[in-house]
Design a binder for this molecule. Structure first.
Ligand SMILES: Nc1nc2c(c(=O)[nH]1)N[C@H]1C(S)=C(S)[C@@H](COP(=O)(O)OP(=O)(O)OC[C@H]3O[C@@H](n4cnc5c(=O)[nH]c(N)nc54)[C@H](O)[C@@H]3O)O[C@H]1N2
Ligand SMILES: Nc1nc2c(c(=O)[nH]1)N[C@H]1C(S)=C(S)[C@@H](COP(=O)(O)OP(=O)(O)OC[C@H]3O[C@@H](n4cnc5c(=O)[nH]c(N)nc54)[C@H](O)[C@@H]3O)O[C@H]1N2
Ligand SMILES: [Mo]
Length: 665
């Protein structure tokens, strides 16, 4: 958390809050200067309408009228299921709540989704089934007092540097660090034990650890008996993963696997941390099940300093998920099929929310190409670069009858939009964000927005009013109160209570202090109150390297950039650090391909081709290359595969097969 220093209406600096329990006066690289993007001249300042000649400036009433008219027309002609709505993990809870009400009560569609689909959809699905709740089980404050930290599929020091600093504190107090990642990321370099595995083989090593733990009698029998169900079925599968077999599938030397298993099982307290390396696979939900199995086998859950802890992505992805910016849910993880829940929403919204199951954002492109979806309303996302298989999504977006986008900058997605609304950015907003450990906290307006930019919630409310629904909100506190009244997990939270410090949900009443860790003493939120084991088998990723495409491509991020770089490309010192698309290649492969750092290489998959500069490094093992999706002009997602996890509908962003060629300059 931090304060902004403002002089003459402009932000001139950042002061981190020392009293905040998580950040404690620390910020990541981007935190210090990222406000620069908000004052960049490229900001969208006026509503824009597309005409045959291109985009032209429009007045607010004109643009709002057009959107209301077009959406009403499409709804009348094709029904609400022809319209999809994408919310934003960059926007506040208040923005997202108004969007959810607009989608479900005004348009009447359940095709509502946001970037969590590409991110932690598998966490939410997996942990909800295993433990009854899809969030981090423990709090960041507990990290420093744990005895063992197991990190897998998370480049923590680059993507979650404030959390990494809590880990460093734990290490200084004597905790052990085990890192399991195909890439030797910075945390792997300081780990007590580092295991490098082939991308897409996580279930095998996790089952292998369970094999070692149970065969050596290191499991927690009492915890398993008293607090869980399904152990036997799970064990029947995990027992087929002895270390020799795991070594063949994953490439992890058996002694290292045994060592990791023993350390994890025998530590008095052990915490698991994971992120996209676990979730972004066609087996994403099964990967999460496997980690939940591992924690329950040892009883490392339900106490401080333990648990299964997905590191969340965007500043408000937890909040956007809580508010049901996802299909098949209502705010607060409530079931839209439940008549009692429906009645409560109807009492406030005036209409019942749709009961039919909507599409995930990753299914929308196909639905457009089949003529089922005709319009999309996007608030604060750049799907044309963040989704896999860019050719496919661009083809779909070109066919849309109508696309509305709110953003703060022109993006690859606004290029397809019929109407573009200029939104306020976070330094210009009031509201709340819910952070990765479920803490609902305030954000306050520090400066005025540029030009005629308006708050996201205001824009949606104005469209809704023109479609016959007056929400009547005059400020963010009113929105918060309505939303909290509908969500038992937020009910006890109010702006007054979080004036100085946030409160982690569940917080059911105004007297409740909030809940720093879930599943206390092994009481799970599942229907039976027990944690549920799930048997899971290793299966190969949908596309493996072969003769023609001999490399694994795994994709992700770097510390200085943010996603599709709409913001960080506009912060001078961040852009200077990494100004160009690059691809990490191992020294062995580089020697074979006669490529050196700085050479241009073409990366090609079955779906497309991009160029990038080679970066020769031992971060990647031979046979694996890594690149980021930060560079819209060299979109790595041209290469990735649009294959989905059947449960969570998250795409396989971490494994595709590619070939490399040196490009003559
Ligand atoms: N600087 C910066 N910070 C960010 C973001 C950003 O764009 N920039 N984005 C935020 C968001 S939305 C998110 S979701 C998080 C993401 O945070 P991370 O998940 O840490 O980020 P990724 O770069 O996607 O890296 C995933 C890790 O998975 C590893 N990996 C690849 N394949 C596999 C595999 O098959 N198995 C396993 N176990 N590991 C594998 C990679 O080597 C990498 O270390 O970061 C957040 N923080
Ligand atoms: N290959 C590959 N692809 C990936 C991933 C990967 O690891 N590999 N990771 C995936 C993950 S984890 C994620 S979370 C997604 C992210 O996918 P997206 O959310 O689509 O990507 P962003 O670039 O963060 O887009 C956010 C947009 O919101 C705008 N914006 C910022 N603040 C505001 C605001 O206050 N109001 C409005 N209206 N707009 C605002 C920004 O300018 C930007 O255009 O990408 C996914 N794509
Ligand atoms: Mo994410």
């Amino acid at each position: 958390m931090f304060y902004l220093r403002v002089r003459d209406g402009r932000i001139v600096g950042v002061v981190p809050s020392r009293s905040h329990p998580i950040s404690r006066g620390r910020l990541c690289l981007k935190g210090w200067r990222s406000y620069e993007f908000a004052q960049h001249p490229d900001r969208l300042k006026y509503p824009l309408i597309r005409t045959r000649q291109g985009l032209r400036r429009a007045s607010w009433p004109e643009a709002l009228d057009l959107v209301a008219e077009k959406l009403s027309e499409i709804k009348a002609r094709y029904g609400p299921e022809a319209i999809a709505v994408f919310g934003s993990a960059k926007c506040t809870n208040e923005d997202n709540y108004v969007l959810v009400r607009f989608a479900r009560a005004v348009i009447g569609t359940d095709h509502v989704d946001h970037c969590a689909r590409l991110c932690h959809a598998s966490t939410v699905a997996g942990l909800a089934r295993a433990f009854g709740s899809g969030a981090m089980t423990n709090s960041i404050e507990e990290i420093e007092d744990t005895d063992l930290i197991l990190i897998t599929g998370s480049n923590t020091s680059e993507q979650h540097p404030v959390i990494a600093s809590h880990m460093m504190r734990a290490l200084r107090k004597g905790a052990r660090l085990v890192v399991i990642d195909p890439r030797k990321v910075p945390m792997a370099r300081i780990a007590h034990l580092y295991l490098s595995h082939r991308p897409g083989t996580d279930i095998a090593w996790i089952n292998g650890m369970i094999y070692v733990i149970v065969s050596e009698g290191l499991h927690n029998r009492r915890f398993i008996e008293e607090h869980t169900e399904g152990f036997e079925e799970m064990w029947q599968v995990a027992r087929q993963y002895p270390p020799e077999r795991v070594e063949r599938i994953t490439g992890i030397p058996r002694e290292k696997l045994v060592q990791a298993a023993r350390w994890y099982a025998t530590a008095p307290r052990a915490m698991i941390f994971y992120a996209m390396g676990i979730t972004q696979h066609v087996t994403g939900t099964h990967n999460v099940f496997a980690l939940a199995n591992l924690a329950m086998v040892t009883g490392h859950i339900g106490r401080p300093g333990t648990g299964v802890n997905p590191l969340r992505g965007q500043n408000n992805v937890q909040g956007a998920s809580d508010l049901a910016v996802v299909p098949r849910k209502l705010p607060g993880y409530q079931n839209p099929q439940d008549p009692e829940v429906r009645a409560r929403f109807k009492a406030v919204w005036g209409v019942e929310p749709p009961a039919w199951p909507g599409l995930a954002s990753t299914q929308v492109s196909d639905a457009i190409l089949e003529g089922k979806v005709r319009a999309i309303y996007v608030m604060g996302e750049n799907p044309v670069r963040s989704h896999p298989d860019v050719h496919h999504i661009e083809e779909a977006f070109r066919r849309l009858d109508f696309l509305v986008v709110h953003d703060i900058f022109p993006t690859e997605t606004t290029e397809f939009a019929h109407v573009i609304f200029p939104a306020t950015a976070w330094p210009e907003k009031n509201g709340t964000f819910t952070n990765t450990d479920r803490r609902v906290q305030r954000v306050r307006k520090a400066v005025d927005p540029p030009g005629e930019a308006r708050d996201d919630w205001w824009i949606i409310q104005e469209v809704a009013r023109r479609m016959g629904h007056d929400f009547g909100f005059t400020n963010e506190a009113e929105i918060f109160n309505e939303m909290a009244s509908l969500m038992p997990i937020y009910r006890g939270i109010s702006y007054e209570r979080i004036e100085h410090q946030g409160i982690p949900w569940p917080c059911p009443s105004p007297e409740h202090p909030g809940t720093p860790y879930l599943h206390k003493d092994g009481h799970f939120n599942t229907p039976s109150g027990r944690g549920r084991f799930h048997p899971v088998e290793h299966v190969d990723p949908p596309e493996l390297p072969d003769e023609e495409y001999p490399f694994y491509l795994t994709t992700g991020r770097v510390g200085v950039h943010w996603h599709t770089r709409t913001m960080t490309r506009r912060v001078h010192y961040l852009e200077r650090e990494v100004p160009e698309a690059f691809v990490e290649i191992s020294p062995q492969d580089a020697a074979r391909l006669k490529v050196r750092t700085g050479d241009r290489v073409r990366i090609t998959s079955r779906r497309g081709s991009v160029e990038a500069r080679a970066l020769v490094t031992d971060t990647v093992p031979p046979g694996v290359v890594f690149s980021t999706f930060h560079f819209g002009e060299n979109p790595i997602n041209l290469l990735t595969i649009n294959a989905l996890d059947p449960i969570a509908l998250i795409p396989e962003l971490k494994v595709s097969a590619v070939k490399l060629e040196k490009v003559a300059e």
